[in-house]
Design a protein. Sequence first.
Length: 291
Amino acid sequence: MAEASNEPYRPLTVDIDRWASEANVGTAKQLFGMLDVIDGNGALRRALTDPSRAADDRVKLVHRLFGERTHKSDTVEAVSGFVHRLLGNEEQDPAIEIVSELVKQRSANERQLGDGIERTAVMMAAAAAENRGGLNAMESLVDELIQFKNTVDHSEEIQGAFADSRASAGAKAQLASRLMPNASEEGALLTQRAVSEPRGALPGRLIERFAEVVADRQQRWIARIVTSRPLSHEQLEKLRQSLNALYQRDLKLAVEVDRSLIGGLRVQVGEEVIDGSVTHRLGQLQQRIGA
């Protein structure tokens, strides 16, 4: 691994909303596969995180390494790709674009890039669940991951099987599949990934991190409303319809009363905050007059 940097460790992140509407489990699998290649090649890791190398050069390396890989077993896809290239409108592979965006960023160390790819793969799996069934599918995915973690945590035998260095990654993935026979496609991918390629982490802890990433994505479907006084059913319904129209999705409303707001309300959807409270407006006024 690279020598320690003076820069603080922070996760490499990318806004997946650019690709989320088309997200599927296949893209998440691709990202995990690219991660395995990068994790398994020290020279490649160093090249992709070398601060003296131009960001564009690092991106070109990603495209050279992964862009030339084709799915030769799928003749139709190969012909379709050829036609796109012939017409000059080749579609970019989302996984390659995502890794390209990550390698553009300056890494504090080699591990940081791998962690960023892993986290983004989980985010794409969450987006795939979101596309499949919205909030309910993401809630179910979190439940599956927590259920799997609890199963592992409560059995020393299972923990020993996953920690056994003599067992192959495939065998561990098969055991995870037997433990979760009715898991969704996204749940199966993430649980099997956590036990077969934990990247130095305990599978249970890694599953917990995966669940946290999915839960973060899930927050985009929850409107957290803080109001100075209880709202009537009619007011809530009007607010729900307005927010659903604004965000183009059927949001789940979580309402909390906080009389310190004096009046008005504050709405948070994901990381976006709409603050119409009297307290907030008073604070803005104080800033303007220098109070």
